[in-house]
Design a protein around this ligand. Structure first.
Ligand code: PBG
Length: 330
């Protein structure tokens, strides 16, 4: 250690004693603008139904989602990430409902754009909520994902989102070439202003469990390890990152967050583009369950987790706690 950093009489406690001293010297801060709120949409009216695996998170019909968006905007949250949850009778092997001009996400995006223009509207671009088999794209005869067919559909989906007025398309299916396919489709239809947030570094994680119940997107057979990343890999994240940036991603995401703070830090140091992190459903449900059992203080543990994600290097955080955290910051 150099003499400039320390001296024999240094006592760290002197800088921690007074609350104003702690506040003054705090290195990282959270603000409501750092948060993006995921919203699960369902057809119908007046629906606000709690998701059993995620107590405190609801599926909303569009009217209810609009009210929720109003609260999010009032609290200074930057945007919402939309997921459509559709009836299984309307699913098909390609997930074609996902690019219907009058689809759930498309209608919700238009309504949010109209009523809450201050919010960023982000659409998750994937197929698992819409395919009858629950995988993130089209499958070939062996049951493997057919990436080129998937990319064509992804272009249709991204265009339908752009036409509905979304600000950011966020491909989450980990299909090779997905960012370039989306960028090309958007640009050729004069949607140059729509940004692409790539789920560039997305691990095949057990922490998505509660989401799959929430979005009704559990694969009917097999798992997603054929296209999502192996949790044991670090260098692979750099290759994923590089590819997506070369393909034209405007922002990149690391997902999940809590168990991958090292990867968030790595990605932050490797690129100058904005890095987002997704505090996923399993992270939410763990904290929620522990707090309900009385093992943890919810507020303190949520804020500590969010701060850790920020400290690791995330510019913004997608979190089911966006509303609560924004409130607690007041
Ligand atoms: C869709 C998608 C998933 C999540 C976000 N987009 C599920 C998955 O990949 O299985 C997970 C989000 C969460 O767990 O909160 N592909």
């Amino acid at each position: 250690m150099t003499p400039f950093c320390s001296h024999s009489r240094h006592q760290p406690r002197r800088l921690r004693r007074h609350p104003a001293m702690r506040r003054m010297l705090r290195e990282y801060h959270l603000s409501p603008a750092d948060f993006l709120l995921p919203i699960f949409l369902v057809e119908g009216e007046g629906i606000r139904k709690e998701i059993s695996s995620m107590p405190g998170v609801f599926r909303h019909s569009i009217d209810s989602a609009l009210r929720f968006c109003g609260e999010a905007a009032a609290r200074g949250i930057s945007g919402v990430l939309l997921f459509g949850v559709v009836d299984s009778s309307r699913k098909d092997p390609r997930g074609s409902l996902s690019w219907a001009p009058e689809g759930l996400v498309q209608r919700a995006a238009r309504a949010i754009r109209e009523h809450h223009p201050e919010l960023l509207v982000i659409a998750d671009a994937c197929f698992c909520e819409y395919t009858s088999h629950g995988h993130c794209g089209v499958l070939d005869i062996h049951g493997d994902r057919d990436d080129s067919a998937t990319l064509e559909n992804l272009q249709l989906q991204a265009l339908s989102y752009a036409e509905a007025g979304v600000d950011i398309v966020a491909p989450s299916g980990m299909a090779d070439g997905m960012v370039m396919a989306i960028r090309e489709a958007l640009d050729s239809a004069r949607h140059e202003n729509v940004a692409v947030l790539s789920y560039a570094v997305k691990y095949a994680s057990a922490f998505y469990g509660p989401f799959r119940e929430a979005a009704d997107s559990t694969p009917g057979f097999g798992n997603r390890r054929g296209y999502q990343m192996d949790p044991a890999n670090r260098r692979e994240a750099f290759r994923e990152l590089q590819l997506d940036l070369e393909e034209g991603a405007d922002m990149v995401m690391v997902k999940p967050a809590a168990a991958y703070l090292d990867i968030i830090r790595d990605v932050r140091e490797r690129c100058d583009f904005p890095v987002l992190a997704y505090q996923v459903s399993g992270e939410y449900s763990m904290l929620q369950a522990a707090a309900q059992a009385g093992y943890l203080d919810l507020r303190d543990s949520v804020m500590e987790s969010l701060l850790a994600i920020r400290r690791a290097g995330a510019d913004a955080i997608i979190t089911y706690y966006a509303m609560e955290a924004a409130n607690w910051l007041d």
